[in-house]
Design a protein around this ligand. Sequence first.
Ligand code: NDP
Length: 325
Amino acid sequence: EKKPIRIAVTGAAGQIGYALLFRIAKGDITGTNQPIILQLLEIPSSQQALKGVVMELEDCAFPLLSDIIVTDDPSVAFQDANMVIMVGARPRSKGMERKDLLLANAEIFKIQGSALNQCVARDAKILVVGNPANTNALIAMTSAPDLDRNNFSAMIRLDHNRALSILAKKIGSPISQISQLIVWGNHSPTMYADYRFALNSDQPLAYNLQDENWNTEVFIPTVAQRGTAIIEARGVSSAASAANAIIDHMRDWVMGSNGRWVSMALPSDGSYGVPEGIFFGVPAICENGVIKRVANLEINEFSKRKLQSSVDELMGERKLILSML
Ligand code: NDP
């Protein structure tokens, strides 16, 4: 009998949680041979709703789900966790300034970061989804100094998947044939979807798509504004696709990306002119549980400007929360 892996999820009763937990329990991250213990965190006012979600999880009779822990205490939720998926965050309420939202979330991620530092397995893989994800990840990592920085990441995979889908449609090719696509930067409208290196069945795709106007006026803004388009259509923000991107991100990290490039927001290391001290979306390949950046890609003038606007935004966010770290 294989030892269960402990997967902690925060904000578990939220709408992303509702689309995510069932897939985790089914084995979509860790495979069909790995028992799972779910460790679910919610704020006190959402405990009742979470109870209902747990009842539904039980009613699925998932063979791999060996236990479910439910709590409002981060140090219970994170105890010995091998993976931590941080979805819970304060949503922006009417009249709330961006700065107030940043600070409210900084407080949450500082507390949860300290709990991570004390409680999680020393090699736990940690993904931050709750917005502003990149800066929340920075706070969590900084509040957990005993953990390896390389075990922290923030999610930009939904933007990557959106870009992939739009590109496949444009060139009329199956998604599975397209590789080496990148989404750089912040999970915000400054993100930069970049197909300069993309391949379609191993042929350079940019060669057939030298339509700069489509790139700058359609592709890049459509990817960046897709979240807003979904809110307009559905009345609520994307949830199933966000949950799916979480599964993709964690599965590739744990099981490997088979040489494929994926986009992940990682603590910057100074490469590509991105200063240290922020989380930045970059191309990466995952192998044996280790994330390796794709290095030495050419950055032209246009790309440089695009990267810089995400850098400026993230440095601005960093400045606002710096005094709390
Ligand atoms: P969701 O489950 O819809 O979203 C959770 C977080 O994920 C939000 O910050 C959301 O950002 C973010 N997110 C990141 N990427 C995406 C994406 N691509 N698409 C959509 N969302 C994305 O929110 P709910 O309000 O339904 O659930 C959140 C849960 O967290 C609640 O159950 C609540 O009780 C809990 N919570 C926990 C707190 C804590 O731990 N202290 C504090 C506040 C809430 P955005 O808001 O920008 O869409």
